[in-house]
Design a protein around this ligand. Structure first.
Ligand SMILES: [Fe+2]
Length: 181
Protein backbone atom coordinates (compact mmCIF):
# COMPACT_ATOMS: atom_id res chain seq x y z
CA UNK A 1 0.00 0.00 0.00
CA UNK A 2 1.32 3.39 -0.97
CA UNK A 3 1.66 6.22 1.52
CA UNK A 4 -0.16 8.51 -0.91
CA UNK A 5 -3.33 10.05 0.45
CA UNK A 6 -4.92 8.92 -2.81
CA UNK A 7 -3.95 5.28 -3.27
CA UNK A 8 -5.53 4.14 -6.51
CA UNK A 9 -7.43 5.18 -9.55
CA UNK A 10 -10.82 3.56 -9.58
CA UNK A 11 -13.92 3.93 -11.77
CA UNK A 12 -14.29 5.38 -15.24
CA UNK A 13 -17.50 6.94 -16.58
CA UNK A 14 -17.85 6.09 -20.23
CA UNK A 15 -20.24 7.66 -22.72
CA UNK A 16 -22.07 5.07 -24.79
CA UNK A 17 -24.39 5.37 -27.78
CA UNK A 18 -26.68 2.43 -26.97
CA UNK A 19 -27.07 1.63 -23.27
CA UNK A 20 -28.64 -1.82 -23.74
CA UNK A 21 -25.89 -2.89 -26.12
CA UNK A 22 -23.15 -1.72 -23.76
CA UNK A 23 -24.70 -3.33 -20.67
CA UNK A 24 -24.88 -6.61 -22.54
CA UNK A 25 -21.25 -6.31 -23.66
CA UNK A 26 -19.86 -5.61 -20.19
CA UNK A 27 -22.03 -8.36 -18.70
CA UNK A 28 -21.12 -11.00 -21.22
CA UNK A 29 -17.41 -10.29 -21.61
CA UNK A 30 -16.37 -9.09 -18.16
CA UNK A 31 -19.17 -10.66 -16.06
CA UNK A 32 -20.03 -7.23 -14.68
CA UNK A 33 -23.27 -6.80 -12.77
CA UNK A 34 -25.64 -3.87 -12.84
CA UNK A 35 -25.81 -2.14 -9.46
CA UNK A 36 -28.18 0.70 -10.37
CA UNK A 37 -29.66 2.24 -13.49
CA UNK A 38 -31.23 5.69 -13.55
CA UNK A 39 -32.91 7.60 -16.39
CA UNK A 40 -31.74 11.01 -17.53
CA UNK A 41 -33.15 13.77 -15.38
CA UNK A 42 -34.13 11.57 -12.42
CA UNK A 43 -31.92 13.88 -10.42
CA UNK A 44 -32.33 17.42 -11.70
CA UNK A 45 -28.61 18.13 -11.95
CA UNK A 46 -27.93 14.95 -13.96
CA UNK A 47 -29.40 15.14 -17.50
CA UNK A 48 -27.90 11.80 -18.59
CA UNK A 49 -28.82 8.16 -18.10
CA UNK A 50 -26.42 6.36 -15.74
CA UNK A 51 -25.70 2.66 -15.25
CA UNK A 52 -23.44 1.69 -12.41
CA UNK A 53 -21.65 -1.59 -13.18
CA UNK A 54 -19.49 -3.60 -10.78
CA UNK A 55 -16.97 -6.42 -10.96
CA UNK A 56 -17.07 -7.50 -7.31
CA UNK A 57 -18.63 -6.06 -4.19
CA UNK A 58 -17.73 -2.40 -4.68
CA UNK A 59 -20.74 -0.40 -5.87
CA UNK A 60 -19.25 0.51 -9.24
CA UNK A 61 -16.10 0.03 -11.25
CA UNK A 62 -17.54 1.40 -14.45
CA UNK A 63 -20.30 3.92 -15.10
CA UNK A 64 -22.06 3.87 -18.45
CA UNK A 65 -23.39 7.28 -19.43
CA UNK A 66 -25.84 8.10 -22.20
CA UNK A 67 -26.97 11.56 -23.13
CA UNK A 68 -30.38 11.24 -24.86
CA UNK A 69 -30.15 14.59 -26.63
CA UNK A 70 -26.60 14.20 -27.94
CA UNK A 71 -25.82 13.31 -31.55
CA UNK A 72 -22.98 10.88 -31.18
CA UNK A 73 -20.35 10.53 -33.87
CA UNK A 74 -18.67 7.15 -34.32
CA UNK A 75 -15.31 6.63 -32.62
CA UNK A 76 -12.50 5.41 -34.86
CA UNK A 77 -11.27 1.88 -34.13
CA UNK A 78 -7.77 3.24 -33.70
CA UNK A 79 -7.62 6.11 -31.19
CA UNK A 80 -4.62 7.69 -32.84
CA UNK A 81 -6.58 7.89 -36.11
CA UNK A 82 -8.30 11.00 -34.75
CA UNK A 83 -7.22 14.04 -36.77
CA UNK A 84 -9.47 16.62 -35.19
CA UNK A 85 -11.26 16.64 -31.87
CA UNK A 86 -10.94 17.31 -28.20
CA UNK A 87 -8.39 15.37 -26.15
CA UNK A 88 -9.96 11.98 -25.56
CA UNK A 89 -8.62 8.83 -23.95
CA UNK A 90 -6.63 6.10 -25.64
CA UNK A 91 -7.67 2.96 -23.75
CA UNK A 92 -8.57 1.70 -20.32
CA UNK A 93 -7.59 -1.54 -18.67
CA UNK A 94 -8.85 -4.41 -16.58
CA UNK A 95 -6.43 -6.52 -14.57
CA UNK A 96 -6.73 -10.29 -14.29
CA UNK A 97 -5.77 -11.92 -11.01
CA UNK A 98 -3.13 -14.11 -12.67
CA UNK A 99 -1.92 -15.36 -16.03
CA UNK A 100 -4.28 -18.35 -16.04
CA UNK A 101 -7.23 -15.98 -15.66
CA UNK A 102 -5.82 -13.79 -18.44
CA UNK A 103 -5.54 -16.79 -20.79
CA UNK A 104 -9.14 -17.69 -19.95
CA UNK A 105 -10.19 -14.14 -20.86
CA UNK A 106 -8.27 -14.40 -24.13
CA UNK A 107 -10.19 -17.57 -24.97
CA UNK A 108 -13.43 -15.93 -23.93
CA UNK A 109 -12.82 -12.96 -26.21
CA UNK A 110 -12.26 -15.36 -29.09
CA UNK A 111 -15.34 -17.42 -28.17
CA UNK A 112 -17.46 -14.26 -28.15
CA UNK A 113 -16.10 -13.34 -31.57
CA UNK A 114 -14.50 -10.13 -30.36
CA UNK A 115 -11.92 -8.59 -32.62
CA UNK A 116 -8.54 -8.54 -30.86
CA UNK A 117 -7.11 -5.28 -32.09
CA UNK A 118 -3.71 -5.71 -30.45
CA UNK A 119 -1.83 -8.64 -28.94
CA UNK A 120 -1.60 -10.88 -27.18
CA UNK A 121 1.62 -9.11 -26.36
CA UNK A 122 4.25 -8.84 -23.62
CA UNK A 123 4.87 -5.17 -22.90
CA UNK A 124 8.59 -5.29 -22.23
CA UNK A 125 11.88 -4.02 -23.63
CA UNK A 126 13.75 -6.70 -21.63
CA UNK A 127 11.72 -9.89 -21.80
CA UNK A 128 12.80 -11.98 -24.83
CA UNK A 129 9.11 -12.22 -25.77
CA UNK A 130 8.62 -8.47 -25.34
CA UNK A 131 7.42 -6.01 -27.96
CA UNK A 132 9.75 -3.25 -26.76
CA UNK A 133 7.10 -1.31 -24.87
CA UNK A 134 6.70 -0.89 -21.12
CA UNK A 135 5.15 -2.31 -17.97
CA UNK A 136 6.22 -6.00 -18.18
CA UNK A 137 2.54 -7.00 -18.36
CA UNK A 138 0.93 -9.38 -20.83
CA UNK A 139 -2.01 -7.83 -22.63
CA UNK A 140 -4.53 -8.05 -25.35
CA UNK A 141 -6.92 -5.38 -26.54
CA UNK A 142 -10.52 -5.47 -27.72
CA UNK A 143 -13.09 -2.84 -28.60
CA UNK A 144 -16.39 -2.31 -26.85
CA UNK A 145 -19.51 -1.59 -28.96
CA UNK A 146 -18.54 2.10 -29.22
CA UNK A 147 -14.93 1.31 -30.15
CA UNK A 148 -13.62 2.20 -26.71
CA UNK A 149 -10.34 0.31 -26.54
CA UNK A 150 -10.12 -2.08 -23.58
CA UNK A 151 -6.88 -3.69 -22.42
CA UNK A 152 -7.03 -6.97 -20.53
CA UNK A 153 -3.78 -7.64 -18.74
CA UNK A 154 -1.92 -9.55 -16.06
CA UNK A 155 1.39 -9.48 -14.26
CA UNK A 156 2.41 -5.83 -14.45
CA UNK A 157 5.81 -5.07 -12.88
CA UNK A 158 6.08 -3.66 -9.40
CA UNK A 159 8.53 -0.86 -8.70
CA UNK A 160 10.76 -1.39 -5.68
CA UNK A 161 11.59 1.36 -3.21
CA UNK A 162 14.88 1.99 -5.05
CA UNK A 163 13.07 2.26 -8.39
CA UNK A 164 14.03 -1.20 -9.67
CA UNK A 165 11.41 -3.08 -11.66
CA UNK A 166 10.38 -6.45 -10.28
CA UNK A 167 8.46 -8.71 -12.63
CA UNK A 168 5.66 -11.12 -11.74
CA UNK A 169 8.18 -13.91 -11.09
CA UNK A 170 9.87 -11.75 -8.47
CA UNK A 171 12.90 -11.14 -10.68
CA UNK A 172 14.62 -7.76 -10.42
CA UNK A 173 15.26 -6.42 -13.89
CA UNK A 174 18.74 -4.98 -14.21
CA UNK A 175 18.95 -1.48 -15.68
CA UNK A 176 15.18 -1.03 -15.43
CA UNK A 177 14.61 1.95 -13.19
CA UNK A 178 11.62 4.18 -12.64
CA UNK A 179 12.27 7.82 -13.48
CA UNK A 180 11.04 8.84 -10.02
CA UNK A 181 11.14 6.91 -6.75
FE1 LIG B 1 -2.32 0.12 -21.11
Amino acid sequence: MTDNLVFRMQHLALEVVDMERSIEFYRSFLDMKLSERHPAGEVEAIPVELCFMRLGSVHHDLVLVHNPVKSYEPRPETPSADRVGPPSFHHFAFECKDRAAWLTMLNKAEDLGLKIVRGPVVHSPWDPRGDGSWGENESFYVLDPDNHRIEIFCEMANIDSDGTYVNARGERIENARAEEV
